[in-house]
Design a binder for this molecule. Structure first.
Ligand code: FA5
Length: 343
């Protein structure tokens, strides 16, 4: 028994020495020598065959051997734990001098930048901001604005219908009628929003944004319209900008005008953007047709007004020299990132 124990102990010490990892130490040493089916358990089972007078001496020897093996395993376990921890730390080392990954910061879309600039100018001139629905009734989109059913002016604004009576609004002008129905003069409002038409080319989009303007009060004349729009153009482009009013036709204004601004790119000399004319058309406007005031319950014998509707997409193209409107909707980051620092 004595030889057997010292042989097991020697084998165990050898195995402890050769164990290179905690897993090896556990599987190849601890389980093999001290486990339930290990070599020391077999020895303990043999104790019953030891003569009674030797039992105390051999029992002590078995316990001492087991304790010596446990100690050796424990010491190696502490050593290997430290070693493995160090190796893990070294493998996970992070280089704090590597430049940090930059978070991509988003920015406002150019159309939002321009819409905000326009609204800032008009609120600065005392206008309130109002909003209306994008799905409109035939009444507000056309009839309230003096465009009865089958009127040829409907062709200029062909759109997308949900039913005979419901459509995607073709302009922000329905907000004129909606506002006048709810509010008594004096009225001074601007109304931004998306509008829809069956258009699609480099300068016409099926969905675009307009900003409507409406002023109703006593003694409103063309001079007021001219003054406000001239001031707007100077604030929006620059103080040298000139405006030009050309006669036009809208069923809801009488007289009606198209307003051009002197080209901010060439200063009026003529360039590619203004097609050599020195002028760029930016909006439609006019004196509110008395029929529209009366339709909305405002006495046209007492009050008069002016209205205008400008295209946000068109103004964005002009201000930033964008050659094709479709760029505004392509969501190409190379294009959009150019507006990162613009306010
Ligand atoms: C109108 O929509 C009138 N409601 C404007 C108005 C309001 C006149 C109040 C009088 C009084 P017009 O169809 O011209 O008018 O459109 C106004 C502006 O919207 C145009 O000058 C142009 O800048 C822009 N626009 C028109 N169609 C498109 C389109 N398909 N894509 C982008 N912009 C457009």
């Amino acid at each position: 028994m004595r030889e057997k124990l010292s042989e097991i102990q020697a084998k165990c010490f050898d195995a402890v020495k050769n164990a290179n990892s905690l897993t090896e130490l556990y599987n190849d040493v601890k389980v093999k020598f001290l486990g339930k089916n290990g070599e020391m358990t077999a020895v303990l089972r043999g104790m019953k065959d030891v003569p009674n007078d030797k039992k105390a001496e051999i029992g002590k020897l078995v316990n001492d051997t087991r304790a010596a093996m446990e100690k050796a395993i424990e010491e190696k376990e502490i050593y290997l734990t430290k070693l493995e921890k160090k190796a893990k730390l070294e493998s996970e080392i992070s280089d704090i001098t590597i430049p940090a990954k930059k978070a991509d910061i988003g920015s406002l879309h150019p159309l939002s930048i321009i819409k905000n600039q326009i609204l800032d100018i008009f609120t600065g001139l005392g206008f309130e901001v109002k909003e209306g629905p994008e799905i409109e009734t035939d009444y507000y989109n056309f009839q309230a604005l003096n465009i009865p059913k089958d009127h040829p002016a409907r062709d200029m604004q062909d759109t997308f219908y949900f039913s005979e009576n419901l459509l995607l609004r073709t302009h922000t002008s329905p907000c004129q009628a909606r506002t006048m129905e709810k509010q008594r003069p004096p009225i001074r409002m601007v109304s931004p929003g998306k509008v829809y038409r069956s258009d699609d080319d480099a300068t016409h989009s099926p969905m675009f944004q307009q900003i409507e303007g409406l002023v109703v009060d006593k003694n409103i004349t063309m001079c007021d319209l001219k003054g406000v729009l001239d001031e707007f153009a100077k604030r929006f482009f620059n103080s040298d900008t000139k405006t030009r009013f050309r006669p036009s036709y809208f069923p809801f204004t009488e007289p009606s005008v198209e307003v051009d601004v002197s080209c901010s790119i060439c200063g009026g000399k003529g360039c590619r953007v203004c097609k050599g004319t020195g002028w760029i058309e930016v909006l439609g406007a006019g004196i509110v047709n008395p029929a529209v005031l009366d339709n909305s319950g405002i006495d046209s014998n007492v009050y008069s007004g002016f209205a205008f509707g400008l295209g946000v997409d068109r103004l964005t193209m002009i201000k930033y020299g964008i050659p094709d409107m479709r760029l505004l909707f392509a969501n190409d980051l190379r294009f959009l990132k150019q507006f990162r620092n613009v306010r």
